[in-house]
Every structure is written in C-alpha cells, then in structure tokens.
Design a protein around this ligand. Structure first.
Ligand code: SF4
Length: 421
C-alpha cells in the first residue's frame, strides 16, 4: 500500500481564519489525507495568512521559510488576508499557488483533485473577492469548542483597518446553513463560539439580526459564546435574547480601540466613549459578573499624550477583565496609512503603560471571582493540571477534571493567568 499524502494547514491570525482552516482540514480528512499536528514534516502545506498588523504579515511571510526548513521540497499553497493584500510577497521557492481570502474550500478541493490526478488548480478568477458566502462544508474538529463562522467581510472602514479591502463587503450566512453545521457537531462538543469578521453586522443583508440568530441557537444544549462585538449591537432586545438561552456565556468582547472621543473619530469608529460606557453599564445590569474584554490600539498616529491618558483612564473605569493591547500598525491602502506614525520610543512607552492597566484590571477581575462558583469546561491537561474556561472566560486550572466535561468549581486562588480550584 502506498503512503498516504500528508498535509499541514498552518494558520495565522483570527478565529475566522482558524474556522476556515478547520473547513479545509475537513475536506482533506474526507479525501483520506493524513493531517499533520502542528508544523511537522508533510508533503503539502497550506499557509492561511493574516494581515491585521505589519507584524502578522511578517510572520505569515516567515512561515514559508519555516516550512521549507522542515521540508525543503515541500509543495506550498498560500491563502488568507496577507496574500490577498500583496500576493507577490509569497512568490518564493516552493510556493506553487498564492490565493486570497475567498475560495479556500475550492482550493482544498483543487489540491485533493490534483493529488488524485483529476484536475489542475482553479483559475485565478475563482479566488477573487465575491459576494458569495463560502460555507464550511461539514467542519469536523476535535476541539471541545466549535468555532462557527456566521459572517464574513466588513462595511465599516475604520480608518486604520485593511480588512474591508481584503475580505470584501459584509455578508451573513443563512440560518439554515448555520444550524445544519451545528446539528453535525452538537453531540461531540460542549461549546459553540459564534464568530465573524464583524459579527455585529450579522443579518443586515438577509433580514435577520444577531438576536434572531441567538434565539435560533436555543435548541442546543451547548454553551454559546460570542466572538468580538461592536458596541452598537448591545441593546435590551439583544441582551434579552441572550437571557433566553439555556447556556449563554456572559463574556462580551466589545471592541473599544480607544477611550478618547477625538481619536475614535479619527479612527472612524461609530461611537463615543460615553455611548460605549452606557453599553457596558447595560451589560452589567443583565450580567453583574460578566467578563468584558476588549481591544485597544495604542499610538494611533494622531494620538497625543493627553488623548492616550484619556484612553487609559477610560479602560480603568470600564473595569475590563482583559485587554488585547495592539501597538498601532500602519497598513498601506487605509486612510490612516497616509499619516505619519508616532516615534517608536513613544509607542513602546504607551504599550508598556497600557499593558500595566491590562494587568491591573485582569488581576482585579480574577480576585473578585475567587470563591465564586464557576461552570468550567475542561479542554486540555498538561502534566496533571487540567485547564479550561469559565462561562465568563476566566482560565481555570484544576488537579482533577475530564476533557469535554463541564463542572461547577470553587476557585481558591490566583494561579498563572487564571484561578486554581
Ligand atoms: S469593524 Fe473596523 S476594525 Fe473591525 S474589521 Fe471592520 S473596519 Fe476593521
């Protein structure tokens, strides 16, 4: 018997990319390919790239070199946001095809066909941005949490963001298709994480809304967690829908980006700090112990020291349970990409100070949850220590547990980046 073709799908970037990679892996598994765990020797590599920052794009480029170190004669396929933005940067030894953000499933099928001798790669035109929503085609994964992509693209055009240019306009997946995918995994996982590039825009193009989608998920026993949200989507109707779910996880990742009104305006964000604060207040009215996490961009080109301090103060006032601190990264082709960046030493200093705020807030949220019962879903075990997440997204460590099990625990003390039972 001949050896099975081994394939490695290497993913950079966001949960949506992770979802797309899972969808491609499902095609490869179904076709009988052997799938590599992590970056190990394989015959074929698919690199699913990211372009959200210059650093992410650099890492995407470097992964081609990393793959070639593992297998110098590898056949490499590149797709995702970085290759959509600039495909020439991936035209290197070993790279046989550079696609973009669309047509990843088609690419997976084309690779399968190519290895079974059925056909060649699809024409370049098949990879152009289209309005069509590409669906996951029966994603199967071995995680305890299932990421389900319900929306792609974005119409917001925040002044710093390259994503709308790369992923195209917002489009929502049909309810029927979302439910069909969840029906297939509902018995094997315990949590569904609903994701999208701009999840808050779900339904605007198909007569639905995020609230209606949430209502439709009520038939599952799964814990339901939502991906990143825009403040505008939070209202009573939406929160009422979450309350109707049996197992809604009160964890809200509410993108902030800056706590200063003028900077928000320069970023072309659609809310003021006061409006954002009102949404946080409303969330806490419904869920007093919600985990509220956010993204903050530090060092936007027009951000003054005073505006930066406003941003820090606002973050402290909001009492976030975690902040993803991003140093501003200039992306060519965006409105802000034409502005002069702030000096690197000022940037480094602001990143350091905002990271201090993040640590203070994260610790205080953890401390507040010591002794409070938490429903934890155990995911992994390393050297006898189980790890999982509570509903409000606290990392819980325990000396006992079982994969894919949900248990109520009473955390006793701080431990690493979470709480120990
Ligand atoms: S909402 Fe703004 S930051 Fe988010 S993907 Fe759209 S343009 Fe980018």
């Amino acid at each position: 018997m001949t050896r099975k073709t081994k394939i490695c799908v290497f993913t950079l970037g966001c949960k949506v990319n992770l979802y797309d990679s899972d969808a491609m892996l499902a095609v490869f598994r179904q076709a009988g390919f052997e799938v590599a765990e992590g970056l190990e020797y394989a015959d074929i590599y698919v690199i699913n790239t990211c372009a959200v920052t210059a650093e992410a794009e650099k890492k995407s480029r470097q992964s081609v070199a990393r793959v070639l170190k593992v297998n110098p004669s590898a056949e490499i396929y590149v797709c995702g946001c970085a290759s959509q933005r600039d495909n020439a940067q991936f035209e290197k030894r070993g790279v046989v095809y550079v696609g973009g953000t669309e047509g990843k499933i088609k690419l997976a099928h084309a690779i399968v066909d190519r290895y079974s001798g059925a056909s060649s790669l699809p024409a370049e035109a098949d990879f152009a941005i289209s309005d069509k929503f590409e669906e996951g085609e029966g994603v199967v994964n071995l995680r305890t949490r299932h990421f389900i992509k319900v929306q792609d693209g974005c119409n917001n055009f925040c002044s710093y963001c390259i994503v709308p240019y790369l992923r195209g306009r917002s489009r929502s997946r049909s309810l029927q298709s979302v439910l069909a995918e969840l029906d297939g995994v509902a018995d094997s996982v315990r949590e569904a994480v609903v994701t999208g590039i701009n999840l808050s825009a779900y339904g605007r193009d198909n007569g639905l809304s995020l609230g209606k989608l949430i209502d439709a998920l009520g038939k599952y026993d799964l814990r339901i967690r939502l991906g990143s949200l825009e403040a505008g989507v939070i209202d009573e109707e939406f929160l009422d829908a979450t309350k109707r779910l049996k197992n809604f996880c009160p964890h809200f990742h509410l993108s902030l980006q800056s706590g200063d009104e003028e900077v928000l305006k320069a970023m072309n964000r659609k809310y003021t700090p006061a409006e954002y604060a009102e949404k946080v207040r409303l969330i806490r009215e419904y869920y007093p112990n919600a985990g509220i996490t956010t993204d903050i961009i530090v060092g936007f080109p027009t951000e003054s020291e005073r505006q930066f301090q406003n941003s820090m103060r606002f973050a402290l006032d909001m009492g976030f349970s975690d902040i993803h601190v991003f140093p501003y990264s200039s992306r060519k082709g965006t409105v802000a990409g034409k502005l002069k960046p702030i000096p690197p030493d000022v940037m480094a200093d602001r990143v350091r100070r905002m990271t201090e705020v993040k640590k203070t807030l994260a610790e205080s949220f953890l401390e507040k949850n010591i002794g409070k019962p938490q429903r934890v879903l155990y995911e992994t075990c390393t050297d006898g220590v189980w790890e999982g997440h509570s509903e409000n997204y606290i990392k819980i460590y325990s000396l006992s547990g079982a994969r894919n099990e949900v248990e109520t625990v009473n955390p006793k003390r701080l431990y690493l980046d979470g709480l120990l039972v």
